[in-house]
Design a protein around this ligand. Structure first.
Ligand code: ZN
Ligand code: ZN
Length: 474
């Protein structure tokens, strides 16, 4: 631990009035809320969380799912979490179909010969050695491609130029991401030979955004999808459109990949072990893997730092919380939520004992809203938590939280979830690009996230509330 955090936690410990022997009754009411406030105050100078993401992104860097880099990240995280004093630190292993890029080039041929900045989509097929040469056919939207007659597409390279727009809640991603996921499949169905998309992003840097594409086969996930597929940087997408306005454009698309039917991955787990209710679990999640282009700072080193920092603040309290706080650093999220599925499978017996789950996977922007998905009889607890968070600038949200990508499977199986909504206005400027690096994290908004997670996780672990409680009948 770094000196600043040690000093802050020392001050916190001294100011608390309860002891390790204090029971739930003594912690109720005022004392409970006072401790939540102490955690919020301590988070303002927390160094553990930021130190975690700084260390991960610096010492490991990119952590592609199933790669030796992801393995190094698991080893690093295990050592780090043990050094921080967490209990039951371990790896739940599983395997995934592996894909990685080896090279990617797009060259415009003919009188306007020039190269463009692209990145292969996760799951792209390789082109033949030396690339494939074809004419480009442009569509404004994915829907436009789907509606096009096959003859207009057959033998060509499809280019979908659909733009993505900034929103605070990231809702633009759902629509814009569809072209990334579905382009190759839709284009292959019409006889196209490859697929290019305008990057799924909201900036105009000459930086392409990667991300996974649909690569499901009849038997489930596969290493590759239907066609070679790549994202073009926004300025190159504009350039392509200007060239096409002048006449037909022929290109050479050259993509090389490596695949394996199975590769090792895993979820890294650590706990703040509870007291009397230690079999009941408050789960805080993030994902440890990242795309290969950047160092996975905002996606999702930040999320891991936030939950580790929050859990560590609670661990440093003089008394154990009643319930166990389980930190899960999921593996292989980017390539198909494999870690989330593996966790639900491997822990199916104890899902009923998961009292609450939350996941941080949207950068480190300020949390502006706190949504829940609780039983109707537990909505007073939502109000209590929201009132504690309000001074942090967090508005109360409704009861329709989705949780997050890796804990979606838990939410669907009935585990109560919360969504602390982060300001994602700038998130898709950097998301899945070489520019996803540590300097993009604002320490101040990061620490506000740590404060929110520490406060609600503590209340959920200590108060003994039943978040599944059904509506009270009259
Ligand atoms: Zn993510
Ligand atoms: Zn991602």
């Amino acid at each position: 631990m770094k000196p600043v955090a040690a000093a802050a936690l020392g001050a916190l410990a001294l100011s608390l009035t309860f002891t390790a022997a204090a029971d739930t009754a003594a912690m109720e009411g005022e004392a409970l809320l006072a401790t939540a406030q102490q955690l919020i105050d301590a988070a303002k100078t927390d160094e553990t969380g930021l130190g975690f993401v700084e260390g991960l992104t610096t010492e490991i860097g990119p952590r592609l799912a199933g790669s030796p880099d992801e393995q190094r990240a698991r080893d690093w995280a295990v050592a780090e979490l043990k050094a921080l004093g967490f209990a039951n630190v371990r790896v739940d292993g599983f395997t995934i179909p592996y894909w990685s890029r080896t090279h990617e080039h797009l060259t415009v041929l003919g009188p306007s010969a020039q190269s463009m900045v692209i990145t292969a989509l996760g799951g792209s097929r390789a082109t033949p050695d030396g690339g494939l040469e074809a004419e480009v056919v442009r569509f404004d939207t994915l829907a436009g491609l789907k509606a096009a007659p096959n003859a207009s597409v057959t033998g060509k390279i499809v280019f979908i130029d659909e733009e993505m727009f900034k929103t605070q809640d990231g809702s633009g991603y759902g629509l814009a991401g569809l072209k990334r996921r579905e382009c190759a499949k839709a284009a292959a169905g019409k006889g196209a030979v490859a697929c290019l998309i305008r990057s799924v992003g909201t900036q105009h840097h000459r930086m392409p955004h990667t991300g996974v594409m649909d690569r499901s086969g009849p038997g489930g996930p596969m290493p590759t999808g239907a066609l070679p597929a790549a994202a073009v940087s926004a300025p190159d997408a504009d350039q392509m459109t200007r060239l096409l306005a002048r006449g037909p454009v022929r290109v050479n698309l050259d993509i090389g990949i490596e695949t394996a039917e199975t590769a090792p991955s895993g979820n890294v787990i650590a706990e703040v072990e509870g007291g009397a209710l230690k079999d009941e679990i408050v789960l805080l999640g993030c994902h440890l893997d990242s795309w290969d282009l950047g160092t996975g700072a905002i996606d999702d080193g930040a999320g891991c730092g936030i939950i580790v920092g929050a859990a560590k603040l609670i661990d440093a309290l003089p008394g154990k919380p009643e319930r166990t706080i389980r930190v899960v650093l999921y593996g292989s999220e980017e390539v198909g939520l494999f870690g989330g599925d593996a966790y639900a499978r491997q822990h199916s017996e104890e899902l009923g004992a998961h009292v609450l789950a939350a996941e941080s996977d949207f950068g480190a922007g300020r949390i502006w809203r706190f949504q829940t998905r609780f039983g109707e009889g537990a909505l007073d607890h939502a109000k209590t938590i929201q009132s504690v968070l309000m001074p942090l600038g967090v508005s109360p949200g409704d009861n329709s939280a989705g949780g997050g990508p890796d804990i979606g499977v838990l939410a669907r199986s009935g585990v109560p979830v919360v969504t602390p909504s982060q300001d994602g206005t700038d998130y898709f400027d950097f998301h899945h690009t070489p520019d996803d690096t540590f300097d993009k994290i604002d320490p101040q908004t990061f620490r506000q996230n740590v404060a929110v997670y520490a406060a609600f996780a503590f209340l959920a672990a200590e108060a003994g509330w039943d978040f599944r409680a059904p509506a009270q009948s009259e």
